[in-house]
Ligand binder design. Structure first.
Ligand SMILES: Nc1ncnc2c1ncn2[C@@H]1O[C@H](COP(=O)(O)OP(=O)(O)OP(=O)(O)O)[C@@H](O)[C@H]1O
Length: 233
């Protein structure tokens, strides 16, 4: 793998019983870009993210993240938001930020508080009293406010209303335009999220069906939504 690659997978397979979650998957993603990881339910997106964060060990194949095999050390450099993530119900936003300041490498508390204000999240609010969308914002902030080379967001916008989603995505675009960070985002909210992507990966049945520079793909096939329709209908 080259020094410029954030993610490299070769012949990666993971099977649960008879079902292949990843099936001889090959993927190479450059550093410094925002990657949309797209595909229907069950196509292997979350399993891929878990393989990158060492939460799942593939049965076969080679995985490299930031040039190394995934392990607890590489995880220090990854801000990962799992699918369906929840926070401790008794903690307030303020307490979550205190926890993150002590335990999450690269967590910038001032930036987190600024994001909370932009996303209209009261610092004294406890998770137990939050709506689904408010908790989703908290989980997103805990990842975005970290200055780490790789951020992996698994369906981060689920539960967030459409207007707020657009604003959050606009904020993410501005945030990612500075620095040399790489971000992988899986989402079914393809219309709103499309402007975020520099690169897109389309998955199906545990394999990468199509992967490339978003501009080039748009020029060749049309919008991400058009590509989804062509690939999966
Ligand atoms: N721990 C597990 N045990 C059994 N099967 C699993 C497990 N994890 C994933 N799978 C199966 O692997 C396949 C891929 O699942 P995965 O969660 O990676 O898909 P996904 O693309 O993230 O889906 P979604 O868009 O619905 O979140 C699915 O068929 C799923 O049922």
């Amino acid at each position: 793998m080259s020094q410029e690659e954030a993610v490299y997978c070769r012949g990666v397979s993971k099977r649960y019983g008879q079902k292949y979650a990843l099936n001889d998957l090959n993927l190479s993603l450059p550093k410094g870009c925002v990657v949309g990881v797209l595909g229907p339910n069950g196509s292997g997106k979350s399993t891929l993210f878990r393989a990158l964060t060492n939460l799942t060990r593939p049965d076969s194949g080679e995985v490299r993240v930031l040039g190394r095999r995934p392990n607890w050390k590489t995880n220090e450099e990854i801000a990962y938001l799992p699918d369906r993530a929840r926070w401790y119900p008794e903690q307030s936003v303020q307490q979550a930020f205190e926890w993150a300041t002590r335990l999450l490498p690269g967590f910038d508390r001032a930036f987190a508080e600024q994001l909370a204000s932009t996303m209209k999240l009261d610092l004294d609010m406890r998770t137990a009293g939050m709506s689904r969308g408010q908790e989703a914002r908290l989980m997103l902030i805990l990842c975005i406010a970290r200055d780490v080379p790789l951020t992996i967001l698994d369906e981060p916008f689920t539960g967030i209303d459409a207007i707020s989603r657009e604003q959050i995505i606009q904020g993410l675009i501005e945030h990612m335009s500075t620095g040399d960070r790489t971000m992988l985002v899986s989402t079914h909210e393809i219309y709103e999220a499309e402007p975020l992507f520099d690169h897109a990966v389309f998955m199906n049945e545990g394999q990468v069906q199509l992967s490339g520079d978003a501009e080039r793909l748009r020029g060749e096939y049309g919008s991400m939504h058009t590509i989804l329709n062509k690939l999966y209908r």
